[in-house]
Design a protein around this ligand. Structure first.
Ligand code: DX5
Ligand code: ZN
Length: 215
């Protein structure tokens, strides 16, 4: 059964307390929080003060996805805000290994995300140091985009690479995930499904979370 991490980017920001309550009461496993800086991605979402408030209401781990340049400068601030897992993008790091060590030293679980154009092979040397990897299945920056079909092949390749390490490193997929494509992603090897629009657009988010859990 995959883990499900609702992305609050698609939720109603005017009622974040209700949204947190809903996720707490649902079968979801983690909260997925998307931080954007308007530089690495062409959009700005929310940041540290908002995460501090979500932390107070959330009863599940916070999986914080940093789509920001020079993430190492803000890593301690995200720890302080309450992040349990911190995802940084390979494309934003000149010293990826040291950034991962920094995240661990602060007591968070490190993860690395790759964009659709980035080959999974580039994560090979860093893999044993990670808690999970995030394969972007859309270009980062916006919710509500269509799933890029080639991502399935990347998940399969990543699964093989992880098997070779003999370690238990999880594969997360993010972007354009629907009830329709979730099963093929899980079959390809995805362990964590991130979903925003699919969960928060319809009237019954808990039911959608249930369906994703059972994909
Ligand atoms: C996109 C974010 C995603 C986004 C997914 O840059 O990383 O987490 O919220 O949204 P949907 O599920 O709507 O594609
Ligand atoms: Zn995300």
């Amino acid at each position: 059964m995959p883990l499900v991490a609702p992305s609050l980017l698609a939720a109603d920001f005017l009622h974040l307390a209700d949204v947190c309550k809903l996720v707490n009461e649902s079968e979801a496993d983690w909260f997925h929080l998307d931080v954007m800086d308007g530089r690495f991605v062409p959009n700005i979402s929310f940041g540290i003060p908002v995460i501090e408030f979500i932390r107070k209401a959330a009863r599940k781990p916070l999986d914080v996805h940093l789509m920001i340049e020079e993430p190492e400068k803000l890593t301690p601030a995200f720890k302080k805000a309450g992040a349990d897992m911190l995802i940084i993008h390979l494309e934003t790091c000149r010293n990826l290994h040291s950034n991962i060590q920094q995240i661990r030293a602060l007591g968070m679980q490190p993860a690395v995300a790759i964009n659709p154009h980035t080959p999974v092979e580039l994560l090979k040397d860093i893999l044993p140091d990670l808690h999970h990897v995030l394969i972007m299945t859309v270009n980062p920056g916006f919710g509500g985009q269509s799933f890029i079909p080639h991502s399935l092949e990347k998940v399969r390749e990543m699964k093989k690479m992880i098997a070779e390490t003999g370690r238990d490193i999880l594969i997360e997929v993010d972007g354009g995930i629907t009830i329709g494509n979730a099963h093929s992603l899980v079959e390809a090897g995805a362990d964590i499904l991130v979903a925003g629009t699919t969960i928060f657009q319809p009237k019954d988010p808990k039911q959608v979370i249930h369906l994703l859990k059972n994909s």
